[in-house]
Design a binder for this molecule. Sequence first.
Ligand SMILES: NC(=O)c1ccc[n+]([C@@H]2O[C@H](COP(=O)([O-])OP(=O)(O)OC[C@H]3O[C@@H](n4cnc5c(N)ncnc54)[C@H](OP(=O)(O)O)[C@@H]3O)[C@@H](O)[C@H]2O)c1
Length: 209
Amino acid sequence: MSSSYENSNYTLERKDMLLGKTISIIFTAPVYAKNNRLIIGNGKFIPWLGKVSSDLKRFKKLTLNQTVIMGRKTWDSLEHKPLPDRQNIILSRNPDIIFEPSDIPLKDWTFLEIGVTKSFESAILMAKSQTVWIIGGAEIYKLALPYVDYIHRTLISGRFDGDIFFPEYNLNEWRKDKEKSIFLKAKELENTMDEYDSFYEVFERKEVI
Ligand SMILES: NC(=O)c1ccc[n+]([C@@H]2O[C@H](COP(=O)([O-])OP(=O)(O)OC[C@H]3O[C@@H](n4cnc5c(N)ncnc54)[C@H](OP(=O)(O)O)[C@@H]3O)[C@@H](O)[C@H]2O)c1
């Protein structure tokens, strides 16, 4: 991973702007990087989606009843179906065209709110939960990185092609939480449909002096 960290300098002043909320990025990528960059998507989609169900289950468990923030293109890839039982906030510079959710009946969801906003800071201020989850894609991860406290990443041991990448960040600024990080061997898992082994890792930002 590159050590360049331009446009993403974390400062305590920036954190103050976010009313003390905890900001967590969550993403999945194949362990095999392309040109040293972690692939997170191919065109509109995630090529390994549905092939590592333990990761989806964990994603759901972590984010349920909390706020998720995503970019308009990720919202498009969800076909405008908000993630159920979460406050969904979508970032766009042109909110008018995307506010319409899909025709799935809203009564199916117990905790649903869709917000569209033009700036990352206002998205955080709209967020109702104390922990706010940044769920992609690449543009929004890049916007969020200067504010982020935790990175939850799952590396999948499969080879996939892609053209959307997680932004560069400096691993030296992060401390791995070894207790939370786990390696899952697909063949040994019960009650999941995992086709690939996966490594789930949690990184906490080192203290800023
Ligand atoms: N592997 C993973 O964990 C994961 C997770 C999520 C998504 N993905 C993948 O990532 C890809 C999408 O990522 P992406 O980078 O192309 O798009 P994205 O980050 O999902 O969305 C980009 C859009 O966000 C809006 N935006 C960006 N900066 C903004 C700002 N400063 N203020 C307001 N709005 C802003 C713009 O929307 P407007 O154009 O409407 O203005 C922009 O076009 C897809 O392939 C998806 O499947 C992967």
